[in-house]
Write a protein that binds this ligand. Structure first.
Ligand code: GAL
Length: 672
């Protein structure tokens, strides 16, 4: 891949414009004007690449690629499996997806195919191989984009059979499966693997072990499908890297399981800017960027973003001036090596005709969006030195897909909402507000090198997480756990003998009961007597309150109200060389902010910049062996004064080191 420039451009669908050669010609000229250096081609081109079975037509695409290459524009070449042609569905109905109530879909839409179907796998293999053979070695191609936003599940007979084989491999005997899934409950015992069906609201949906394994199977089956797509490509063109484009907080697939089969993680980011508070939106988006970066712990690509407004959000709002640049710089700040859009030219018809694009239906370059896109493209050329740097974090927050699946299924204590993501975001934001880079990892990743690890609501413990936590704290780490943690095992069976499982001595406490609060109901946390920290007098909590009994831990905060007033609510325990904190209730952000400020001191961690960090300011850094870059963004409506020392930094981008206007980005290089 060409690492000499930040990739700038996006999805381009010339197949929609083949009858308009003048438009195709103009597009390339516009791209040049906008400093676009990369486009993604072929994502939804199957019906034009193979208009009838076995009849491949690649010359139109090759012509487009030749022309792009001649203009110095690189190509990310997609495999077309995200949407299949009509003839394929007609000839082989098994390729269409079956929903959970066992109805087969009609042809239509996209992502409407079975990942198990041998026919679909074969048809995809064939076209991928042809594509790689014909165009894979084209000098314009820098990266393979496999399919589009994998997702969804199929419940057809082929998938049922594959699921049974998967289960047999996992459990070996039906007795072990019954034991693992607790099937004695409601007399749901299986006598053979052949009897097992995927979860369905018309049938079995109450066996939590089954539900969890089904989700794991769906991920594994999709990974297997992707692996085959990749194999077909690599058989003809083994040298070019591979990515898949992932989605915002997508629950359906455990993205970490794709880490080993792709070379680069990429994702599609469509935040709802200007909705509530842009700083909060930036925090949420920042966390997603960090999740993506941590899948491979390497720079990633922003594969899609919208240059103006999407058309599928409840309200599709325009980006105010500068928002496009701010959102794009934020991606780079968190470790992206690209800014790519969906899309270069707006479709004329169908369901995305109103989705924003670099070139809209008007078709000219004298538009606000085109000007902003061009201006940004030019600026990216000036910060190429960010390439080759990485984001390093001393602190991590655990956010785990399988845990999320299990928690959604839990049934109790609060079916109206447990707010897992929001609670993870509280720890994440608290770290960021102190001016730290943050890794967002899952439960399988190594935690030993971090100084602080926060694990909010880790309801399900898997892969020996508790053992790794024990070692981490023993060896001096600072660990934060919250309520609703260490409750079920990998099979979603409750641990016996007290929660948080395996950590009672590390945490120095035990959760005895958990109280669920009605919407709008709250309690308060107040400082315990002789608490060691200067904490605000009172923090509101809601949703869930753990009733804790301490053994060796010390209470930092206690409950103010209800029959458990005076019970410990936030505790700390010294264990080995480290400290283990427990936050017992869904407490307001301010409590996290205040507590984490102390954790930083305790861990001897310095913020990325000196001085106070004002509200609404986001700070990140990227570094290499020889250089460190600090990226400061202002998500407030007004300018913010910064108290930075000119002796310490060179300014790479930004007018002044002392004043950052609203939605502006300052990029500094630390002086050695
Ligand atoms: C993405 C998808 C694109 C386009 C875009 C619109 O999820 O990958 O093909 O549909 O959304 O925002």
């Amino acid at each position: 891949m060409d690492y000499s420039q930040i990739l700038y451009g996006g999805d381009y669908n010339p197949e929609q414009w083949l009858k308009y050669p003048d438009i195709l010609e103009k597009d390339v000229l516009y791209m040049k004007k906008a400093h676009i250096n990369t486009v993604t081609l072929g994502v939804f081109s199957w019906a034009i690449l193979e208009p009838e079975e076995g009849n491949f037509c690649f010359s139109w695409l090759e012509d487009i690629m030749d022309n792009l290459y001649a203009h110095g524009i690189a190509v990310i070449l997609a495999t077309p499996s995200g949407a299949r042609p009509k003839w394929l569905a007609e000839l082989y109905p098994e390729v269409l997806r079956v929903d959970e109530s066992r109805n087969r879909n009609l042809f239509g839409g996209r992502h409407n195919h079975c990942y198990t179907s041998p026919v679909y796998r074969e048809k995809v293999r064939r076209i991928n191989k042809e594509l790689a053979l014909r165009l894979g070695k084209h000098p314009a191609v820098i990266l393979w984009h496999i399919s589009n936003e994998y997702g969804g599940e199929c419940h057809c007979p082929l998938c049922q059979q594959a699921f049974r084989v998967w289960l047999q491999k996992k459990y070996a005997s039906i007795e072990v499966l019954n034991e693992s899934w607790c099937t004695t409950f409601w007399s749901h015992i299986y006598q053979s693997f052949a009897q097992i069906e995927s979860p369905s609201s018309r049938g079995e949906s109450m066996i939590h072990g089954l539900n969890l394994d089904w989700k794991r199977f769906v991920t594994d089956q999709t990974v297997d499908f992707v692996r085959r797509e990749i194999k077909a490509i690599k058989s003809e063109e083994p040298n070019k890297p591979i990515t898949i484009n992932m989605m915002y907080d997508y629950e359906g697939l455990n993205y970490h399981k794709f880490a080993d089969i792709i070379d680069i993680v990429s994702w599609d980011s469509y935040p709802t800017w200007h909705k509530d508070n842009d700083y909060e939106t930036a925090m949420q988006t920042g966390m997603q960027h960090d999740i993506m970066r941590c899948i491979k712990h390497k720079p990633f690509l922003l594969m899609e973003s919208c240059p103006s407004a999407t058309n599928w959000q409840g309200v599709s709002k325009l980006k105010k001036p500068n928002m496009l640049a701010a959102a794009s710089f934020q991606a780079l700040a968190h470790g992206s090596n690209s800014v790519l859009y969906f899309q270069i030219r707006q479709s004329r018809g169908s369901c995305e005709k109103f989705h924003g694009a670099v070139i809209d239906h008007y078709g000219g370059e004298d538009t606000r969006v085109f000007r902003e896109v061009s201006d940004l493209g030019k600026q990216l050329g000036n910060i190429k030195e960010l390439l080759g740097t990485v984001v390093h974090a001393d602190v991590a927050v655990v956010y785990d897909w399988e845990n999320r699946w299990a928690m959604k299924d839990a049934m109790g204590p609060r079916n109206k909402g447990l707010f897992y993501k929001e609670v993870v975001e509280k720890s994440y934001s608290a770290f960021r507000k102190q001016g730290l880079n943050v890794d967002v990892i899952d439960m399988e990743q190594d935690i030993s090198a971090y100084k602080i690890v926060a694990a909010p609501m880790v309801y399900l413990f898997r892969c020996g997480f508790e053992e790794r936590v024990r070692k981490f704290v023993e060896q001096g780490g600072i660990f934060v756990l919250t309520y609703w943690s260490g409750i079920v095992d990998e099979n979603d069976r409750c641990f016996l003998g007290g929660t948080p499982h395996g950590l009672l001595d590390v945490m120095g406490m035990r959760s005895m009961e958990i109280d669920a609060l009605y919407d709008g109901e709250s309690n308060f946390l107040v400082p315990a007597e002789n608490t060691i920290y200067e904490i605000a007098s009172k923090y509101r909590c809601q949703h869930l309150c753990d009733l804790i009994e301490v053994t060796t831990a010390r209470a930092l905060m206690i409950y103010q109200d209800d029959f458990y007033h005076g019970y410990p609510a936030v505790t700390v325990n010294r264990f080995g060389g480290g400290q283990a904190y427990y936050i017992g209730a869904d407490v307001e952000q301010k409590c996290y902010d205040d507590l984490y400020r102390h954790l930083l001191k305790e861990a001897d961690l310095e913020p990325l910049i000196e001085g106070t960090i004002s509200e609404g300011i986001e700070i990140t850094s990227r570094k290499s062996q020889n250089a460190e870059y600090i990226i400061i963004q202002n998500y407030n409506d007004t300018a913010v004064q910064m108290n930075l020392s000119e002796n310490r930094y060179h300014v790479l981008r930004g007018a002044s080191i002392h004043n950052i206007p609203s939605l502006e980005t300052l990029i500094l290089k630390r002086k050695q």
